[in-house]
Design a binder for this molecule. Structure first.
Ligand SMILES: [Mn+2]
Length: 424
């Protein structure tokens, strides 16, 4: 019977990265798009909090990287304070991550807010502020505790924090772990990013702890964590909004539910929920040998295949191949550019100059020969020096750069106009 069951519900969201600089660089958004996007991110967050309020969840769990501490603005903090205070007595539990780290200058610090002329965090906001694990009681529920810690700087945390039992000292039957760190075995697209391997832990280490459920942050793909017995013991919600081309498709927050039945063993479930109206998609096409209109069609199809929604989404198109030197590529992208919120093109195509015959006595012929020889020389020099990674010696000329120079030169000779390749 439902009356015999104990229920606990929550909203989990993390890795929102409000006001992160990153948004501007890779996506190539214009100033006004960036402004719009920043506002939309706040609105998406507001929508999530509103839904949590409507559902009367028992808590909101934020396992880190809510904002980027170094760039977050006063108005954004103010907006968070206002949005959180609208939730009344629903507790919001924050475990600061490496981006929203709790330093003496952190906006989480009440003294900083006071100094900046901002209102204090409302009473329902609970922020872990030391790098040791701490336990806090749910303000309204005797049977519930939260355990967490804070990053105190934006640095990799090398320690295995879960390799011994975290002391709960609660006596409460339901213990929620709110934690920012890297789960070994996580295989999302961001798993290989430098500095991701921070505060590492294994499933076994997590399972050995006495937590009912672990709300996890830091990894940017939604991922559930199961015990060896097949029970859900935690989850990453993933990044809350898409900010880069590694964060494609729907971005999620989680509504979670824990039910304790007659067996007294808690059963956890999470339901993903998408709040942001925009998604990022990546599409690519080889346009070799295609006429302009076919090229445009090919690219449009590649974008549609990924599931990008016209008018709403941000699309990254990767073009490769070679095309006839006389083709006018400039109008190709314009045909579908306005169909999406934003289209970013990485153009790795080349005019097909070298497939033509060239007379060795002409300026072009001599130039091509000299540049090909130059390319061979720098590549050999690099190989001799043991430089294998194309990007590892940015100060010296690479074979790729020599080839770029060759094509730019031919552009200039043939067409009196140089197409700078968009190399991201
Ligand atoms: Mn992080």
């Amino acid at each position: 019977m439902e009356s015999q069951l104990k229920r606990f519900t929550f909203l989990q969201l993390s890795d929102v990265h409000l006001d992160s600089r990153f948004l501007s660089v890779r996506l190539g958004l214009s100033h006004s798009q960036r402004y719009e996007r920043n506002n939309e991110m706040l609105v998406s967050l507001y929508r999530a909090l509103e839904e949590a309020g409507k559902r009367r969840v028992d808590a909101i769990l934020i396992p880190g990287d809510l904002f980027d501490a170094d760039t977050v603005t006063g108005p954004t903090i103010n907006y968070l304070i206002e949005s959180f205070s609208r939730l009344g007595d629903i507790p919001i539990i924050i475990a600061p991550g490496n981006r929203d780290y709790y330093s003496f200058a952190s906006p989480y610090n009440p003294k900083v807010l006071q100094a900046r002329g901002l209102p204090p965090w409302p009473d329902n906001v609970i922020v872990f502020d030391t790098d040791e694990f701490h336990t806090v009681k749910h303000p309204l529920r005797q049977d519930v505790c939260f355990i967490g810690r804070a990053f105190q700087k934006n640095e990799v945390e090398p320690r295995r924090l879960l390799n011994r039992p975290v002391a709960l000292r609660t006596g409460a039957p339901l213990n929620f772990f709110v934690h920012h760190g890297f789960l070994e075995g996580y295989a999302g697209p961001d798993a290989e990013i430098a500095d991701k391997y921070s505060a590492p832990f294994s499933v076994e280490e997590l399972e050995s702890q006495a937590f009912t459920y672990s709300a996890l942050g830091h990894c940017h793909e939604f991922a559930e964590v199961y015990s060896s017995a097949g029970k859900l013991i935690g989850a990453y919600g993933g990044s809350f909004v898409g900010r880069s081309f590694e964060e494609v498709g729907p971005r999620l927050a989680l509504f979670g539910k824990v039910i304790v039945g007659p067996s007294r063993i808690p059963e956890c479930t999470v339901e993903p929920f998408e709040f942001d109206n925009r998604r990022i998609y990546v599409a690519g096409a080889d346009v070799s040998g295609l006429a302009e209109d076919v090229m445009a069609e090919e690219l449009a199809l590649a974008i549609q295949d990924q599931g990008a929604r016209p008018g709403e989404d941000i699309v990254y198109v990767h073009m490769e191949g070679s095309y006839p030197p006389e083709a006018d590529k400039t109008t190709v992208v314009d045909r579908f550019r306005d169909s999406y919120f934003h289209v970013r093109v990485a153009d790795h195509t080349r005019p097909d100059y070298l497939s033509e015959r060239f007379d060795e006595r002409t300026t072009e012929g001599k130039f091509i020969e000299a540049m090909l020889e130059y390319k061979r020389r720098v590549e050999k020099g690099r190989a001799d020096a043991g430089v294998l990674e194309p990007d590892s010696a940015p100060d010296s000329v690479s074979g790729g750069a020599a080839e770029d120079a060759l094509y730019y030169g031919l552009d200039a000779l043939r067409r009196q106009k140089v197409d700078i390749r968009n190399v991201d």
